[in-house]
Design a binder for this molecule. Structure first.
Ligand code: OAD
Length: 442
């Protein structure tokens, strides 16, 4: 897995777009990143050159927002497919992943993780679920208000124009904006369900909420398993949900595609825009040009903030007031009263991402502390066992199953150092068992 590069190179690229030049990532020396391939596994994207500004369009009158609005108003866009990523939620205060300053990965990169994306890697999760659960508490739905971009998607639905929303987001803000479940394909899963990563036994939602609230790592309820439980969010190394594959044909039936707030760097989602027919207009509303959107005759790039972009499009369609009214209704009562402007979006994102990073860092430190605790614990236990062996008072099971479930006094894997020990913590016990083996070996 190669981490993607977003940032300064995109600024150069934005300039080039304004100058109407052709561009591709390879030309800027960014290097082509090959996807992992493999049906349903996540990987990286690579880019191709943008369409020359003199190339005529096939469907739209021209490549402008007004032309897109006219196309919609003329009733030619009746099956709109929308594809979204973390960028549509940044104005709600949720950091995206790959923005250079305020993105989660750039900030996690300075921590003691093997690599930033490890927080969402299934192998890493197996060995240390704490950083993920630290983030989960913050990212768990319910803490944020939908953005006007989320309301815009709902507006398309209300007007009977939305064929499907494909989202990579796990924040559930589309639902909170009013979009019904059957309109949404959560390509990277969501917090809506949870199960054991080993035996897939479903885990009750109430218990998961409790675990997240208490910052503890839940375990499978089946006695014979005791595997780790996680929300059904797709991690690197896992397959996408069946519903993604069941709906993957829809972009080819769309008469308009709107892509917003995504770097299109994670496959197979990143391949969705390419499934639209060649002559189908595709609108990209994003800070940066991404993927191969911009390479076709009817691609329209609205580079900049998502909320601004959807407002421009809504205004051109004559829907702005309706959209703003719809969005106003998503505000909790408290927020409606409190009209005073707060921090800028970037300041809020910086605060949020710093908080998240600090918490993950703390959870990593806690992991180290637990290891040290275990080492001492194992030392003590070993000398006790040796002592008992010498005195001939040692029960047989103690020599054969040193890390057995139920061992007294093992510390829990929780995020709060002050939490009471939890005897049934499998990871700690496995570690304990390993340490004992290490100590017992000559
Ligand atoms: P990224 O962080 O990779 O990309 C977000 C994109 O949105 C970038 O191109 C930003 O420039 C842009 N952006 C950010 N804020 C914006 C705003 N207010 N207006 C316009 N554009 C904005 O996020 P995703 O593409 O969603 O997977 O990332 C894809 C997947 O990678 C995620 O689902 C996640 C991650 O690893 C998992 O964790 C499983």
């Amino acid at each position: 897995y190669l981490p993607p590069k977003i940032g300064r190179k995109h600024k150069a690229h934005r300039q080039q777009l304004q100058q109407g030049k052709r561009w591709c990532k390879g030309e800027k020396g960014e290097g082509k990143r090959k996807g992992k391939g493999g049906r349903g596994k996540m990987g990286q994207d690579q880019s191709i050159p943008l369409v020359d500004e003199n190339t005529p369009t096939q469907t739209l009158e021209n490549r402008s927002v007004e032309a897109v609005a006219k196309y919609i108003k003329d009733g030619r866009a009746r099956r709109i497919v929308v594809m979204t990523g973390a960028g549509i939620s940044t104005s709600a205060g949720i950091p995206d992943f790959r923005s250079p300053e305020t993105g989660l990965y750039a900030n996690l990169a300075r921590l003691n993780l093997p690599y930033a994306e490890a927080v969402f890697n299934i192998s890493y999760f197996r060995s240390n679920p704490l950083p993920f659960y630290t983030l989960a508490q913050e990212l768990y739905p319910g803490n944020y208000r939908p953005t006007i971009t989320h309301s815009f998607i709902n507006l398309l639905h209300q007007k009977g124009l939305l064929l499907k929303l494909f989202t990579q987001n796990i924040d559930c803000l589309e639902r909170e904006a009013g979009l019904p479940d059957d309109m949404i394909v959560e390509a990277h899963g969501s917090f809506a369900k949870q199960s054991c990563i080993e035996c897939k036994t479903p885990y009750p939602e109430e218990l998961m909420k409790k675990a997240i609230r208490e910052k503890s790592v839940p375990r499978c309820l089946s006695d014979s398993c005791d595997g780790l439980v996680k929300p059904e969010i797709v991690f690197f190394g896992e397959s996408l949900p069946e519903e993604f594959f069941m709906n993957r044909h829809l972009p080819s039936q769309a008469d308009l595609c709107i892509i917003m707030g995504t770097s299109l760097s994670v496959h197979p989602f990143a391949g969705l825009p390419q499934l639209c027919a060649d002559e189908t207009p595709r609108v990209l509303i994003n800070q940066d040009q991404v993927g191969e959107v911009g390479s076709r005759t009817d691609d329209v790039l609205l580079l900049g903030d998502c909320d601004d972009g959807v407002k421009r499009l809504a205004e051109a369609c004559g829907w702005l007031e309706e959209l703003e009214e719809m969005w106003r209704r998503t505000a909790p009562e408290k927020a409606k009263e409190e009209e005073k402007p707060k921090k800028t979006r970037d300041e809020e994102l910086e605060d949020e991402v710093e908080k998240l990073t600090r918490e993950v860092e703390q959870s990593l430190k806690l992991g180290e502390a637990q290891y040290k605790w275990l080492e001492n614990h194992v030392d003590n236990k070993l000398s006790r066992l040796q002592e008992e062996e010498k005195n001939g008072t040692l029960p047989e099971s103690a020599t054969t199953e040193p890390g057995k479930k139920g061992e007294q006094g093992a510390p829990s894997i929780t995020l709060k150092p002050e939490t009471a020990p939890n005897e049934s913590n499998g990871d700690v016990l496995k570690l304990s068992s390993l340490l004992l083996e290490k100590k017992s070996s000559p």
